[in-house]
Write a protein that binds this ligand. Structure first.
Ligand SMILES: [Zn+2]
Ligand SMILES: [Zn+2]
Length: 262
């Protein structure tokens, strides 16, 4: 088993040739992919892929970059969409103070609405965070006072301390191809010590192609390269890492069905 916990199959670069992208992923052993939504205009297409492909599931959400463009999307809209059997998560949501493409207050409002929706719909939350560690943890912790949330910090690049705080909130941490980059020493150190019970892997395709594919558009097939690199880094067998990260995927995104028993 091998799961890509975060990819954008309907983004330019992958959407045009989606069947070939999927078959290259399958030929490298990828058994599950989560196709992530970032804006309302793509929700239907993201879901259509998941309805067509048995090994692809969908999320519903508004990326923090897009928060300004979606003042009308609140918890109710997300909850309604999350009722679909192939929608297994809410996000990606969160805070991005690196690019500041949307107003920070508006990002925070949108993030809170997503957390509420995930809690009500009983699906996990996919959290994007960049240069916003303090506010991300503060908002998650405050919202979780209203009831439990499950979820994942996707494309983790934050500090060791942030990893500990996220784990303490019960969240999973997903490592992308960034971990294979030569200058990613801090991330490699964090990735070495994350507990296997909370570890996921992802491509964030079409972004962030891992070594040895740098320069190409990313695609889910490359999660196999990240798995191999990470297993080596952690001193684990690659088949073992592929299996346990896939089991974690199905445990967290429980609407995908319990493949762990298969
Ligand atoms: Zn993201
Ligand atoms: Zn993404």
């Amino acid at each position: 088993m091998l799961a890509d916990s975060h990819c954008h199959l309907n983004y330019k670069g992958l959407a045009e040739d989606q069947q070939a992208v999927l078959s290259r992923a399958r030929s490298r052993g990828v058994t599950a992919m989560l196709n992530i939504a970032t804006r309302e205009s793509e929700w239907d297409a993201v879901l259509a892929t998941a309805e067509r492909e048995p090994d692809v599931w969908a999320s519903v959400g508004i990326h923090p970059h897009e928060a300004d463009q979606h003042p009308h999307v609140g918890a109710a809209e997300l909850i309604a969409r999350a009722a679909h059997p192939r929608v297994v998560a809410i996000g990606e949501t969160g805070l991005d103070y690196h690019y500041d493409h949307s107003d920070r207050t508006r990002q925070q409002e949108s993030f809170r609405a997503h957390i509420e929706a995930a809690r009500v719909a009983r699906v996990p939350l996919i959290v994007h965070t960049r240069d916003a560690e303090e506010d991300t943890i503060a908002i998650l912790a405050a919202e979780m006072q209203h009831g439990a949330n499950t979820g994942v910090i996707h494309c983790f690049t934050a500090s060791d301390a942030f990893a500990d705080q996220a784990l303490a909130l019960g969240l999973y941490i997903s490592i992308s191809g960034i971990v294979t980059f030569k200058n990613a020493r801090d991330l490699q150190a964090t990735a070495t010590r994350l507990p296997r019970e909370r570890l996921l892997i992802e491509t964030d395709a079409p972004f962030l192609a891992p070594v040895p594919n740098r320069g190409k558009p990313g695609e889910p097939a490359f999660v196999a390269d990240t798995a191999a690199f990470l297993a080596d880094l952690r001193g684990e067998h690659v088949d073992d890492l592929r299996d346990y990260t896939a089991r974690n995927f199905h445990a967290l995104f429980s609407k995908t069905g319990n493949k762990a028993a298969a």
